[in-house]
Design a protein around this ligand. Structure first.
Ligand code: TPP
Ligand code: MG
Length: 398
């Protein structure tokens, strides 16, 4: 594996790494980053990354954010618009930080695999799914990523290790442990990651996946995005834990609770987990505390041109979260935190950050325009891949 994959930059101690290490070690200038890591602390990995990889994380967050906002505006502003989304805005740092620690390029038997949820757009973009093809899929276009009939709920792109969204809460965890088992059986150093919400705690799959991952020491990482709500109920209705990470610890799995609004904190935890899995150390659990700016599904309560949804959601029976709670979380916005941190670290200046954002906005506009011109899929396409085609042996098992 290359130094780049390890996020080591290849050229020894960087300026950020030096500052971080010397600050925490009481200015012992000779202390190496690896020695500090050996103390069992995390927090060094992101500061050590080369600038281009840090800038790429900011770009990914912005790509997810502007994809979300553009889609919300289309849903709100164009009555003819057909597509829908479970918006990921507010949670961008989680997908971005995790996927930045994974191997996303290369042949299928080398790359890491990600299993997603019913809220997949951020995971997909962060893993490397093509935005144009994804948008065409979400818009039900025949030339979309999966033929236009999978749409948001079933987008998948194994070529980049994005194994798919999942309309069901839970089963993806078990499938992901199956992939991790295959990696172990083949002697591969690949890693399987599953994303899940706080609502997944209440599924049997959550518990069986963690138990098996530990019993079999699988290269498996569970990333739990705790955004406080499942649909319209607070997670305290379905979990006795304040930190759901405690449940993973009960299964003997090392678990970290991280600030899901800070992409670099997420990256650090993910890198630690990936390193552990590749080295044969088995599973890890990361609980990212985060928040979704829109309501559970679609854009009710949102306004064109404005970020977030507030107040009453007609799909919920009552207003399920206070507006001030939404606004308080928006004050710790993952886009702002990533941008401010990189400016603070001297990785880029404000005009350079603005330039990345302008490029991203142009890319998103182009993806939506391209998707809108594509032919729609046909109703009969919905039956594709449901029944076996061609000759089917009367007996599959001798
Ligand atoms: C097995 C199953 N039960 C119920 C549902 C309906 N459902 C869709 S999303 C959701 C809540 C998921 O909440 P969480 O896991 O916290 O994810 P979030 O929506 O907050 O991202 C539920 C119950 C489902 N899709 N699958
Ligand atoms: Mg949730």
């Amino acid at each position: 594996m290359s130094a780049e994959e390890h996020g080591e930059g290849g050229d020894g101690l960087t300026r950020r790494g030096f500052l971080q290490v010397s600050g925490l070690a009481g200015a012992i200038t000779g202390l190496s980053v690896s020695a500090a890591r050996a103390e069992g602390q995390i927090g060094y990995f992101a500061t050590d990354l080369p600038d281009d990889r840090l800038k790429a994380m900011l770009r990914t967050i912005l790509r997810i954010r502007w994809h979300e906002r553009t889609m919300a505006d289309r849903m709100l502003g164009d009555p003819q618009y057909r597509a829908y989304n479970h918006f990921y805005a507010g949670q961008e740092a989680v997908a971005t930080g995790v996927c930045a620690a994974l191997r996303n390029d290369g042949p299928f038997d080398r790359i890491d695999l990600v299993y997603s949820t019913h809220r997949p757009s951020g995971h997909a973009l962060a893993k490397g799914v093509d935005m144009k093809l994804m948008q065409a899929e979400m818009d039900f276009r025949a030339t979309g990523l999966n033929g236009g009939y999978a749409a948001e709920m079933h987008i998948a792109d194994p070529a980049v290790g994005f194994m798919g969204a999942d309309g069901m809460i839970g089963p993806g965890h078990v499938i992901a442990t199956g992939s991790a088992f295959a990696f172990r059986a083949r002697g591969s150093d690949q890693v399987a990651v599953v994303f899940g919400g706080d609502g997944t705690y209440a599924t049997p799959h959550f518990h069986s996946a963690l138990n098996n991952a530990r019993l079999l020491d699988l290269p498996f990482i569970y990333v739990l995005e705790n955004n406080l709500y499942h649909q319209y109920a607070h997670y305290s209705y379905s979990s006795p834990h304040t930190d759901i990470a405690d449940a993973a610890r009960a299964y003997g799995i090392p678990a970290r609770v991280v600030d899901g609004q800070d992409v670099f904190a997420v990256y650090n935890a993910a890198k630690e987990a990936v390193d552990r899995a590749r080295a044969g150390g088995g599973p890890s659990f990361i609980e990212a505390k985060t928040y979704r700016y829109y309501n559970h599904w679609g854009a009710p309560g949102a306004e064109v041109g404005k970020l977030g949804a507030f107040g009453y959601d007609p799909l919920a029976i009552t207003s399920f979260r206070p507006e001030r709670e939404v606004r308080a979380w928006m004050q710790r916005d993952p886009v702002d935190i990533a941008r401010r941190t990189l400016i603070d670290w001297g990785v880029l200046d404000a005009p350079a950050a603005d330039a990345i954002e302008a490029e991203v906005k142009a890319e998103v506009a182009e993806a939506f325009a391209w998707a809108a011109e594509q032919p729609l899929c046909m109703p009969e396409d919905g039956l594709k891949h449901v029944f076996a085609e061609g000759e089917v042996l009367p007996r599959q098992i001798a």
